[in-house]
Ligand binder design. Sequence first.
Ligand code: HEC
Ligand SMILES: [Cu+2]
Length: 316
Amino acid sequence: MIGVSTAFAEGRLMPVQGTSIAHSVDSLYYFLVIASTISCILLIGGMIYFAMKYRRKSDSDKVGTLTHSGLLEFTWSFVPFLIFMFVFGWGWYIYDQMRHPPKDAFEVHVVAKQWAWEFKYKSGKTSSNLVVPANTPVKLIMSSIDVLHSFYVPAFRIKQDVVPGMYTQVWFKSEMEGEFQIFCTEFCGTRHSEMLSKVLVLPQTEFEKWLGTDEYKGLSLLDIGKKLYTDKGCVACHSTSGVSGVGPSWKGVFGTLRKLDNGQEVAFDENYVRESVLTPSAKVLAGFKPGVMPTFQGSLSEQEITAIIEFLKSLK
Ligand code: HEC
Ligand SMILES: [Cu+2]
C-alpha cells in the first residue's frame, strides 16, 4: 500500500510520485513550504531582533519620533505581491493541466457507493480495482448512487468529489507500473474508512489482455457464483455438503432464519449475504468466531456478489 504513512516508514516525506502531475504539485508545495519558512524567519526573527535592539532600557529613554519611509513600505508590499502572483500563476498552470484531460484519454466510468468503488469499462467489463495501462492518459467519469464521496489517489496527487446526480471527472497519466491505494476522502457513513480500492497500472499489452478477457463470457450468474466459490476461496471454510467447517455450511441455508451470537434472528436473504461478504463482523452467526472470515470488500464486484447469491440459492 502506498499511502502517506508508508511514505514516512520508507523515509520519504511524500507518497511516491506516480504521475507527472505529482512532480509539479510537489514542486509547488515545496516552494510554498520553503518560501513560508524564509518569510517566517525574516518576520519573526526581525521582530525579535528589533524588540531587543530598540527596547526601552531605562526610564530616561525617550520614545523616539516615528518616521515613515514610502520606499520601504512600497517594497515590503510589492515584493510579496510579486511572489503571490508568481505562486498564483504557477498554481493556475498546474490546475489547468489537471482540469483538462487530453482528447484521446482512455475513459473509465466510476460508480461510488456506500462503501465501495466500481469501475466500468466500455467493453462492459466491471472491476472493483481500477486497472489501467501505464503511460496512457486515463479519464475517469464519476458519479455516486447515494451520498457524497471523494476519489483520492495520494500517489497520483489527484482528488475529486464524486457527487450523486451529476458527473465529475478527473484524469491522470501514470508513469509508474504498480499498485496504488485509492481512498474515499469525503466522510460518507459508518464504513467510510473501508471504502478502499487499488489502482493497478499494467504495461499496455498486459492491460489489453486483461481488458480483452471477459472471464465470465457465456457463463450464467449461477456458473459465475460456482466459479467464485472456489476461485475466491470460500470453499476453504464453507462446505456445500451440510457439514460445517471453519465457517457454516451453505447447504439449504438460503431463505432460512439464522441465529446470531447476540441472540437475534435474521433472515438469510440477499442483503444478509451481501453484508456478510463485505463486512463479515456486522452479524456473526451463533457458534462461530468473529474475525475469522476476511472481508471481500474491494475484491468482489456487485455482479460477483450477485452471482454468489445465486449460487447460494441453488444449494437446496
Ligand atoms: C477463513 C474462513 C472463511 C472464508 C475464506 C470465507 N468465510 Fe464466510 N464465514 C466464515 C465464518 C467463520 C463465518 C461465521 C461467522 C460470521 O458470521 O462472521 C462466515 C459466515 C459467512 C456468511 C454468513 C453465513 C451464515 O450461515 O449465516 C456468509 C454469507 C459468508 N460467510 C460468505 C462467504 C463468501 C461468499 C466467501 C467467499 C467469497 C466466504 N464467506 C469466505 C469463514 C470464512
Ligand atoms: Cu465514500
